[in-house]
Design a protein around this ligand. Structure first.
Ligand code: ADP
Length: 476
């Protein structure tokens, strides 16, 4: 495995000679060191991508698809090598890492097929001497910037669709977790990706981001990360009127209605909330249990949280790994402190675990007596903290659930079909899960509304993000 940058088909060090350590968050020790570059590397990669793009777009979708399918098979074949790489750099337990790599393979497989369906249209013209056509053409060079929480899935979701559409790519992974993205690029190279079609740069985020914004050769930037950086990109994109897709996180509510099986609801709630230690942009963040089952749900949840096993994700039986960085844990601590100051009760957890001296661990935590003035209610905690509040009626539940500027994902659990319809119609989010707290899948469109950003990833909508519409009007 090459843990380097890939530019124009070559594995390279940073032009400026820089490197940066990758830290294992479970032990706080260095795993390895990787090239850490800047704008110069980004410009070289952009040039390579621009040179490679016409030939890649001229290949048939069948030829591109065959290559992407090979990449999907390679991921599945190597999963036992790939999973520990991810666990070590981002802390998630091995089972979750395997699941993420499998989901990345699903994306390459799905878009290998979907690329064949970039259909245009023939429009009946209002004049007999005209012929009107709509063509779909690759956007061109796509730059991607991704976060550390899904270090393979996030790049895979962008690259699979962009490559299938005939775009070439310059990817920038999070500097915290570059190894999974580099491993993925290794497999694309092995699958036969031509030089320049897929490029990977790692380094100073601001410099590389500016290169992506300022180079006229970059036709689109697809970003997953914080609102802060999303705003920088949106402002910067104004100069070159650059296409953007922004996935900026959320504050997902879950409404648990009193007609559910409480034990089963608690089981699903805890599994979804503490998946990847709460560091998931669609992860349920605010739980609202209807008054009639509130106490019962709280107790069922507490019991399940108590059974979670904290530790290194490489150890068998561990359900919950460390936070990704020391700063990530401090953020969680500050959210809990803020909530406690404003009157929240810690039912379980609420501190670092005594038994684990090293690693960025924090106990899975359950909070009640939460109110809307607390940061936990309105900002993204990105950690293992589960606030549970009561709600009375459907209208009250929807009001509380929608009281956020974010609009990525919202959830409800109910066995009543009318309630289910009312909630999926009433929740103001780009993704709604009804009795499903894990809704992301290659064949479904993923994306937010409101301050969670714009653009779809996955599904037919995801392919369209990387295609321009060309209208051809022919006189006869
Ligand atoms: P998070 O808080 O999840 O780490 P960030 O938005 O800080 O979210 O990081 C997401 C991605 O954005 C990472 O790849 C990071 O390197 C990149 N990034 C950070 N700052 C900038 C910037 N100024 N311009 C472009 N990309 C950036």
């Amino acid at each position: 495995m090459q843990y380097k940058m890939l530019i124009d088909g070559h594995w390279v060090e940073a032009r400026g000679g820089g490197s940066r350590a990758v830290i294992d968050p479970a032990t706080e020790s260095v795993i390895t060191s990787v090239p850490f570059g800047d704008g110069r590397d980004a410009y070289a990669a952009i040039d390579a991508a621009a040179r490679a793009q016409p030939a890649w777009a001229q290949m048939t979708a069948y030829e591109r698809g065959a290559l992407l399918l090979r990449a999907a098979y390679l991921i599945r074949e190597r999963i036992e090598t790939l999973a520990p790489i991810m666990t070590r750099e981002c802390g998630k337990p091995l089972n979750e890492a395997r699941g993420e790599w499998n989901a990345a393979a699903d994306l390459f497989e799905w878009f290998a097929e979907e690329g064949k369906r970039a259909y245009g249209r023939v429009i009946p013209a209002r004049r007999s001497h005209k012929r009107l056509l709509v063509l779909k053409e690759a956007v061109g060079v796509v730059a991607t910037i991704t976060a550390w929480n899904f270090p393979a899935y996030l790049p895979a979701r962008k690259w699979s669709a962009a490559l299938a559409a005939g775009c070439t790519v310059v990817g920038k992974p999070s500097e915290i977790t570059p190894m999974s993205a580099m491993a993925l690029v290794n497999l694309l190279v092995e699958a036969g990706i031509p030089a320049g079609v897929m490029n990977l740069v790692n380094g100073k985020a601001e410099d590389i981001g500016q290169a992506f914004l300022q180079s006229p050769l970059v036709n689109k930037i697809s970003f997953t990360g914080s609102q802060r950086v999303g705003q920088i990109l949106m402002r910067g994109a104004a100069d070159g009127i650059k296409k953007l897709a922004l996935e900026l996180g959320g504050s997902a509510p879950v409404l648990i209605f009193d007609d559910v099986d409480v034990e089963s609801a608690a089981e699903q709630a805890v599994a979804a909330k503490f998946r990847n230690n709460g560091q998931v942009c669609i992860s349920p963040a605010r739980f609202y249990a209807q008054r009639g089952i509130f106490e019962e749900f709280l107790e069922a949840t507490r019991a399940r949280i108590a059974a979670l096993k904290l530790g290194s994700g490489l150890e068998a039986g561990v359900t919950t790994g460390p936070l990704v960085t020391a700063e990530g844990r401090e953020r969680v601590e500050s959210f809990v402190a803020d909530a406690q100051t404003k009157g929240a009760n810690v039912v379980i957890g609420g501190s670092r675990p005594q038994a684990l001296g090293r690693g960025f661990f924090y106990q899975p935590t359950l909070l009640t007596n939460v109110n809307p003035t607390m940061r936990i209610s309105c900002d993204e905690v990105f950690g293992p903290v589960m606030p549970v509040s009561p709600f009375e009626t459907l209208a009250d539940g929807l009001r509380q659930a929608n009281a956020t500027p974010f609009g990525l994902a919202g959830y409800a659990m109910t066995n009543n079909v009318k309630t289910a319809v009312r909630v999926y119609e009433g929740l103001k989010f780009g993704i709604v899960g009804v009795n499903d707290l894990v809704p992301a899948t290659a064949e479904g469109p993923f994306g937010g509304i409101k301050e969670s950003g714009f653009g779809s990833e996955g599904a037919a909508e995801g392919l369209l993000e990387y295609l321009n519409t060309k209208f051809v009007s022919m006189g006869m």
